[in-house]
Design a protein around this ligand. Structure first.
Ligand code: GDP
Length: 591
């Protein structure tokens, strides 16, 4: 077993669909630590909360467990959701060592539940599933803060059965997503099977179990990853670049390795060359008892991983959320700068020569967004971190294809001058702070565009038509011939050639009239007067003749191969007969 001193606190991120209880769960876990009475035991970090192992063991109610766990506690990232998860990267992987996926047991899986699972699968992050809101199951009698087994025992058989049924729906969905899963206390091998913990984030039932499973996972999967040298140079990830009164731009950082001290030289990723600066102050939140101080922060001399800390230093304006921060010495500076640069470059996205533009607020979210669009085979021409600028708008406005004259923005603003320009332009902009919504909105837009394009084709295409010259209805012999016809199938219209069943093209429809009025077209079943130029009744055509619209070959191809399904039944029949007439002489016609 590894030396306890050398293991750092695992970092945990909470994910899941909106309203399924992520925030409530986090609050409960933090509350758990505070309520347990050990003043100061819980350490408030910047952007994260540490729950020490002693607090967790107390909660589990079995002091013997203390020796089983070698990690010093758990560090929960305060911002739930997969945005935080993907933003927080470390060396190309995820910063969070572990995750909790929260799913409302009564509502089941929702888009962000699926998205969370996919992201965790991609990053190979061990996680536990929390089936939340068990207190809402009909008949449930809440037992505050009890472990699951104890509260479950106290429920009636009916209620127990209800829980099991709902739980199996969750387990079934997980199975559909490619995960073997079971109620966590029935799992024998967490390496093979996902544990699902029934929980109420409101009453605290099952929370001790969640903590225990997390500790177990940390122990099984992460021992090697959690090794660190407390004296080594600090390595972290920028959670946020934040303007603070009196301090200017500051960085909220999660340190995941080594130690960071006041006065250290640090290298931070930016869009251009990495930033090199000296730490002016390291800041932590003040305890509740210290609120009489003016500043909400207090200075510390050093922090050791894993920890969340605010850094004040000159020149932090251009720092990128999601980028690495590393402590350097005079000797290592060049090497560290190169390292930080290459970590940023890793996120460089393979782009296509045509495609949409993607903008996102952080490297991690950009990567996640690009991944989602690429999965849908949407070509991407440019993908960048930053707000939507006037330059972006101008650039995309030169793209003619409406499907690609598109900017997709995740968690970014549209600059006012860009907004003015965009209003006048053909550029379509989608912005949201939910990835799947952006993908869905774009797909919907593409579909609409395709339908419109189809409609345009449909309007210009010459459609099939079949008609018969009615007996006793020859109004004029020739130049042009005017005859009464009945449309037998499809549509007849003006300015198209007509042919006989033997394939001879005999003239062109010059005009159509119904009840003395000129009309552009007439559908099946209609009887109308038709002027045919080029034909003479008694020579090329006669009463009772059946004629067809001579659909040009190119149009026939589109009708048969592209829009056949949208034709009416009589149009389809007419087209089929027309094609068979044409193909009598030439079997490859319009093929
Ligand atoms: P988030 O969007 O995933 O962070 O969800 P919240 O934590 O904000 O919870 C959404 C709503 O569900 C709030 O009204 C919570 O009070 C409620 N909620 C969360 N967990 C539970 C639970 O275990 N039981 C019940 N009854 N309500 C819950």
């Amino acid at each position: 077993m590894a030396d306890k001193k050398n293991l750092r606190t695992p970092i945990v991120c909470v994910m899941g669909h909106v309203d399924h209880g992520k925030t409530t769960l986090l609050d409960k876990i933090r509350g758990t630590a505070i309520v347990s009475g050990e003043a100061g035991a819980i350490t408030q970090h910047i952007g994260a909360t540490e729950v020490p192992i002693d607090v967790i063991v107390n909660k589990l109610g079995d002091p013997k467990l203390r020796d089983r766990f070698i990690v010093p506690g758990l560090l929960f990232i305060d911002t739930p959701g997969h945005h935080a998860f993907t933003t927080l990267r470390s060396r190309g992987g995820a910063l969070a060592d572990l995750a909790i996926v929260v799913v409302d047991i009564n509502e089941g899986f929702k888009p962000q539940t699926y998205e969370s699972l996919q992201i965790l699968k991609r990053f190979k992050t061990p996680f536990v599933v929390v089936a939340n809101k068990i207190d809402k199951i009909g008949g449930w009698i809440s037992q505050k803060n009890l472990p699951f087994a104890a509260t479950f025992k106290k429920q009636s058989e009916d209620v127990q059965a209800r829980l099991e049924t709902k739980l199996y729906e969750v387990i079934g969905e997980l199975y559909n997503q490619g995960f073997a899963a079971d109620r966590y206390d029935r799992v024998t091998n967490f390496q093979k099977t996902l544990g699902v913990v029934p929980v109420s984030a409101v009453t605290g039932e099952g929370i001790p179990d969640v903590l225990m499973v997390l500790l177990g996972l940390a122990q099984k999967f992460l021992e090697a990853n959690l090794q660190y040298s407390a004296t080594g140079p600090g390595v972290g990830t920028v959670l946020e670049v934040k303007e603070e009164k009196g301090l200017g731009a500051t960085l909220d950082v999660i340190l995941y390795d080594g130690t960071l001290k006041k006065g250290d030289t640090v290298v931070i990723g930016s869009l251009g060359e990495p930033i090199q600066t000296k730490v002016r102050a390291l800041l932590k939140p003040r305890e509740l008892s210290e609120i009489h101080y003016e500043s909400k922060f207090k200075q510390v001399k050093k922090v050791t991983a894993a920890a969340g800390v605010k850094i004040s230093a000159p020149g932090l304006e251009g720092a990128l959320a999601g980028s690495p921060i590393r402590v350097a010495t005079e000797e290592t500076l060049d090497e560290i700068v190169a390292q930080v640069k290459s970590e940023i470059d890793e996120v460089r996205i393979d782009t296509d020569s045509v495609g949409i533009m993607i903008k996102a607020d952080t490297l991690g979210s950009l990567e996640a967004l690009v991944h989602e669009f690429q999965k849908d085979e949407v070509p991407i021409r440019k993908a960048e971190v930053g707000d939507i600028s006037h330059r972006d708008a101008v650039e995309v406005s030169t793209v003619e294809d409406p499907i690609y004259s598109v900017i997709v923005g995740f968690n970014v603003k549209v600059h006012p001058d860009a907004r003015d320009f965009l209003q006048e332009s053909n550029v379509k902009v989608f912005t949201s702070d939910v990835i799947y919504r952006l993908v869905e909105d774009y797909q919907k837009y593409v579909k609409e565009q395709q339908e419109q394009a189809e409609k345009k084709i449909f309007e210009t295409i010459i459609r099939p038509g079949k008609f018969k010259i009615l007996p006793g209805c020859v109004f004029r012999q020739s130049k042009p011939a005017v005859v009464g016809v009945r449309v037998l199938g499809g549509v007849v219209r003006t300015n198209v050639d007509v042919m006989l069943e033997n394939g001879n093209v005999v003239g062109k429809i010059k005009g159509l009239q119904s009840e003395g009025e000129n009309i552009p077209s007439a559908g099946a079943g209609k009887e109308v007067a038709m002027a045919i130029e080029g034909a003479t009744v008694g020579r090329q055509i006669k009463e009772e003749d059946v004629l067809y619209i001579n659909v040009p070959e190119r149009h026939a191809k589109i009708l048969e191969h592209e829009i056949y399904d949208s034709l009416s039944t009589d149009e389809k029949e007419t087209l089929d007969i027309f094609l068979s007439l044409k193909r009598k002489d030439n079997p490859f016609w319009a093929k």
